[in-house]
Design a protein. Structure first.
Length: 417
């Protein structure tokens, strides 16, 4: 009799919880989910805004309330952001010149920003680290490098970036690298440098797999994406791309690539830039949700995430103007009958799975594979800024760039140690 009473009480408690949950608004349900599952955004360009606006002088701004940007601490907290990939981006104009130095400067400002706000940010370099930081109530902060030109066709530079905490590299930006094509090739805006990935480009992907660095295919051409999917032993990401079927911009991912991505166990993290959402100057929160719906339908619920690209464009979609608005997007998906399981995957479980798998692949590869000695053919990277066997006299115009780069690397490694 007593057991029956306890069972009845348990049933009543469960029914009460279900009714209470049903009475919650979509926004309240969204917030509840986000407080228990970390929202991990794959791409934020606040570091570039710091460079453009204040030349990386963090003392010149108050990041708690800095309102000229789509990102500040108040907005991040209001948006219930649990983890953020901060992006070290430099212009393609720096390719074959001072791209490495400028990328190091952006890595430096990300690290200084994290250190400046220890109550809010904490660095993370692993999937488990993200979870631990989220549980502590802080925003897990990771680093991605946007644009393969940032490594200057050097696997040694790639490895040093990893040592400094970089956990993804976008293979191209809007320019081709000497070893990979950008999406502007598909738009006929630039000529292809080759087919997909060159031999050296494949070596870049393989070395990233060995390191445990995520291969990011946002910005690359279709052929480059397909080639990388063939080569990569680990799941890949599109850190900030949307669905080509809904907006025929070649920065977005085509359906056959989405299907191949699913076979790779990778993820597309949807970009909020209106021109990639509606193909117009303006877009809406609902249209962003359409892209999430489409990728979930074509690739599956295990292969979609969020990579807003906030502070990498001007005005955000109506209803998604800045990083404080994420709960409204999640509420919209709940209105569209997304299950809580699918929402949790979108928020962060998918990218955590991808990250963990990349770490597992790295661990296995490092048992048998040593750091790659592959070098790119000199005829692919000729420039007045490039030396031969390290001779500064071979490139007098760029001596200062080389010296500055060496000094920055040494200072960053000292800080890291």
């Amino acid at each position: 009799m007593a057991l029956e009473c306890w069972n009845m009480l348990l049933i009543l408690l469960i029914l009460g919880f279900v009714r209470h949950t049903a009475m919650l608004s979509f926004r309240q349900r969204a917030e509840l989910l986000m407080k228990n599952t970390s929202l991990i955004d794959g791409h934020n360009d606040l570091p570039w805004q710091l460079m453009k606006r204040v030349r990386n002088d963090l003392s010149a701004v108050d990041l708690n309330t800095w309102n000229v940007t789509q990102t500040n601490l108040q907005k991040l907290r209001a948006g219930l952001v649990g983890a953020q990939f901060w992006v070290a981006y430099v212009s393609c104009a720096a390719q074959n010149k001072d791209a490495v130095r400028r990328t190091l400067e952006q890595i430096d400002v990300i690290k200084r920003m994290i250190e400046m706000f220890p109550e809010d940010f904490h660095p993370a370099t692993t999937a488990d680290g993200i979870v631990q930081v989220f549980r502590s109530g802080k925003i897990a902060s990771l680093i991605g490098v946007e644009g393969g030109h940032g490594i200057d066709s050097s696997l040694a530079t790639l490895r040093m970036f990893y040592e400094l905490g970089v956990r993804y590299l976008t293979l191209t930006h809007v320019c081709n690298t000497p070893w990979a094509n950008s999406s502007r090739v598909d738009s006929d805006l630039v000529k292809p440098g080759g087919q997909g990935l060159s031999h050296f480009g494949k070596e870049v992907v393989k070395e990233m797999n060995r390191l445990g660095m995520l291969v990011d295919l946002s910005h690359v051409s279709k052929d480059t994406a397909l080639a990388a999917l063939d080569v990569s032993a680990a799941p890949v990401i599109f850190s900030h791309s949307s669905a080509f079927t809904l907006c025929k911009n070649y920065r977005n991912v085509q359906d056959h690539v989405l299907r191949k991505l699913a076979n790779n166990s990778g993820i597309v993290m949807v970009n909020f830039y209106p021109k990639f959402i509606s193909c117009e100057e303006t877009a809406t929160l609902s249209e962003v949700a359409d892209h999430l719906d489409h990728i979930r339908r074509v690739a599956g619920p295990d292969h979609v995430g969020i990579g807003s690209d906030f502070d990498g464009f001007g005005s955000g979609p109506v209803g998604l103007e800045d990083v404080s608005k994420y709960p409204d997007l999640i509420a919209e998906l709940l209105k569209r009958n997304w299950t809580e399981s699918h929402v949790k995957k979108l928020l962060g479980l998918n990218i955590l799975r991808v990250f963990k798998k990349a770490e597992e692949v790295s661990k296995q590869l490092q048992k048998t594979n040593k750091p790659s000695n592959a070098v790119i053919s000199q005829d692919k990277v000729q420039s007045t800024c490039r030396t031969f066997l390290g001779s500064l006299s071979a490139a007098p115009l760029c001596t200062s760039h080389i010296i500055n780069t060496v000094m920055i690397i040494v200072s960053l490694l000292i800080i890291t140690l």
